[in-house]
Ligand binder design. Sequence first.
Ligand code: NAD
Length: 539
Amino acid sequence: MPGSAKGYAILDNPSLNISTAFTRQQREQLGLRGLLPHKVCGMQAQEQRALENIRRKGYDIERYIFLVALMERNEKLFYHTVLNNIEELMPLIYTPTVGQACKEFAHIFRKPQGFYITPDDRGSIREILDNWPEDEVRVIVVTDGERILGLGDLGANGMGIPIGKLSLYCACAGIHPRQCLPVMLDVGTNNQELLDDPLYLGYPHKRIQGDDYLSLVEEFVLAVQDKFPKALLQFEDFLTPNAYRLLNLYRDRVLSFNDDIQGTAAVALAGVYASTRLTGIDFKDLRVMFLGAGSAATGIGDLLVVALQAAGLDEAVARKRLWFNDIGGLVVASRDNLMSHNLPYAHDHPPSSFIEAIKTIKPHVLIGATGAPGTFTQEVIEAMSAINQRPTIFALSNPTSRAECTAEQAYTWSNGRVIFSSGSPFDAVELEGRRFKPGQGNNAYIFPGIGLGAIACEASVITDEMFLSAAHALAGKVSEQDLHSGSLYPPLSDIRSVSKTIAVEVAKQAFAQNVAQIQRPDDLEGYIQSLMYQPVYAA
Ligand code: NAD
């Protein structure tokens, strides 16, 4: 037991507290006699008790509250329980339940977690970072709350996202909890309902914008680099124009990435790679259509271009394989209302509705990232099924209520021929005696491994090729059995091994591109394994 903490100071400290698992000898030494019930019980019994408590609750939001409280009480037990029951608990600590938790953040708030910065902190961000109790921060997830999942501007309520993502960094890739820092860049909100809510906890003003906004972000980034020079900065759930602006500002000068753009891209690319094993279509021959042309869809497009180039196509040819639709229809050159990130994909083609575009362009793969539920209608799925023996369809919008279609709709309307994946989890579907268990295109397959690989080799930046390596590594973990059961991804229960494999490949790529800043270890995998936090009690 480190330090000189005794008695309740230990039980109140989530990284020291193992509660009823303290042995008689430890209880004697640590001044815990009398503070715990008699029976010494190990982690297994504690896990069982935690699961009983979770399962007896009537609502997922209550399960979420219980899990957050467990994290604040006994961190090792929390991570052990999450990791051992990841299929059941990830949807509670992350999407979809975290969406509800963010909406209700100000009403279910109990204990502050993470770090809050507002425009009032301008000029003193570096100084206040010293208030954070840890010096060895290696991963920071930051949001400004303006586009939380597909739920829009949730202001400071969006803090649930960095907290949730960092708990996945720890659970999935073994980044030590002390090395994780969730940050809310609370620049106000334009959500009037929140501003009118007397319990809202955020900066109670409209969002700052333009140079005011960018200069605050810049001050934050510089402060982080000074205080935590080895930290990776993950930008999360920013509104698309800001997401791109910040990505382009920082990707070449700061160890950083945007998970909505780049993490989503790598997880989708891995799924596309895996789908070709079922369709038999050569990856470089694919035509891909997107519904949605925002940060997630365009990020996937951009990485697909890099991947198609790596497969031998010219950049221009690669781009022509990708077609986007947004709220205004097919993205084509003659439109005058496109955003700058859409322009490289605005091909010469007559304006067209989404359904006409499917029928004329005949994509093999359809990817939805709209935040608009129900947009993959029966007509859409049937059109994809008329063109393809095995249509590949990703309904990526989160949370579940925003998915472009449900798994059941996709299997039913395609007569069981679809290769389906979604952003939020769906239960298995039974159809005419067959059982389909769709895989979740969950960013949690990618970002923890990317982060672990990048910080392990002290990369100075994260390159597109590192994301490509991550996608290849993830696709390589998909077994024939996974594919056969309808999943383009490995089981989440393999997540530690998946993250480690990704981390090793990402670090190898960083060394190959000379962006790693440590001497390459002889045993890279052993080195990375040795960095991973294990949620176990010391013997
Ligand atoms: P965004 O706001 O940047 O983009 C949304 C796009 O969808 C825009 O181009 C918009 O024009 C288009 N759109 C909206 N409604 C439409 C409609 N009815 N028909 C056609 N197009 C429509 O948002 P984003 O960051 O790209 O995120 C979109 C969704 O993707 C969100 O729900 C988010 O949760 C989800 N997402 C999922 C994952 C994942 O599962 N791995 C990762 C990131 C984002």
